[in-house]
Ligand binder design. Structure first.
Ligand code: ATR
Length: 276
């Protein structure tokens, strides 16, 4: 890695053509006047480790990692952040002189988005209800616990997956039967959809939100469409809502800062640039 090279970074996935990260990074590089490039890198699982190990020699400072490589990214790292270890997956690799550092910034993106978009909200405000127990849920649970959520009611269609997460993340989590999700919204301060329900092309979101207090904050990991059925239903109850695009933008901040040496802001202009 020589210092005079133009800094490079990218997003590694398969597929990766749909990724919004190249637009996001191009916007920040331009806004901050930084000479650098960020590329979409389509890499199949069999090639993943070999490609990653070659990147530093080409001037790459690091890379974001998306499906299907997030677990493999943890496996090839020389150092792993505590939060990536707890989540069991990495989305941000940084190439250091002493090796590959793996981090997971999804939970950070989740919390930063809520703090910026819903001023006054705090995880400690009261119980959170989390729908879903996939990879996104792991990052959300970790972040909510770190941020001081007193209780997390975790509901997943396949109950065993929720129980496995409760085992991994400890006593703050109470597993709720999927059929009991609607009444479990009673008294919630925060509700988070991490399932694919309501996403374009996926199953419809049909959870009854009538027990959700108007004081609750509702947020969705899904951002296609931006205004999801869950957010619309929560607003009908009088709740504040935060869409999922901000999480994507905020999770990219730490990588950008490490690779390009300046901390970017998430603004309306950032959203507009990414939505293009
Ligand atoms: P990710 O890693 O992005 O979170 P995932 O691991 O495929 O994605 O998880 C998708 C989540 O959406 C899961 O919690 C899944 O529930 P199961 O664990 O029972 O599969 C949930 N999900 C998807 N379709 C659903 C449906 N029709 N009803 C209820 N939950 C659904």
């Amino acid at each position: 890695m020589s210092a005079h090279r133009i800094p490079l970074a990218g997003v590694i996935g398969a597929p990766v053509a749909h990724s919004r990260s190249p637009r996001l990074f191009a916007h920040w590089l331009e806004t901050l006047g930084i000479e650098g490039h960020y590329a979409p890198l389509h890499v199949e699982p069999d090639d993943f480790e070999q490609v990653v190990r070659a990147l530093p020699r080409m001037g790459f400072r690091g890379a974001n990692v998306t499906l299907p490589h997030k677990i493999a990214a943890l496996g090839i790292a020389d150092q792993v952040s505590d939060r990536a270890a707890r989540i069991g997956a990495a989305n941000t690799l940084t190439f250091r002189d002493d090796g590959i550092h793996a981090d997971n910034t999804d939970g950070h993106g989740f919390i930063s988005n809520l703090r910026q978009s819903a001023p006054g909200w705090a995880a400690a405000d009261g119980p959170a209800v989390v729908l879903g127990a996939g990879g996104a849920a792991r990052a959300v649970l970790d972040a909510l616990i770190e941020a001081g959520a007193p209780e997390i009611r975790l509901a997943n269609r396949t109950r065993a997956r929720a129980e496995a997460l409760a085992e991994a993340f400890g006593p703050a989590i109470r597993v709720i039967d999927w059929a009991e999700t609607a009444p479990a919204l009673d008294g919630a301060a925060t509700v988070v959809n991490t399932t694919s329900l309501g996403m374009q092309g996926a199953d419809p979101f049909d959870l009854d939100l009538s027990a959700l207090p108007a004081s609750a904050l509702a947020t969705d990991i899904v951002y296609t469409p931006l205004d999801t059925p869950m957010l619309i239903a929560a607003r009908d109850r009088g709740c504040r809502t935060v869409d999922g695009l901000g999480m994507l933008l905020h999770q990219a901040v730490p990588g950008f800062a490490r690779w390009f040496g300046a901390t970017p802001q998430v603004t309306e202009a950032t959203r507009a640039a990414v939505l293009g």
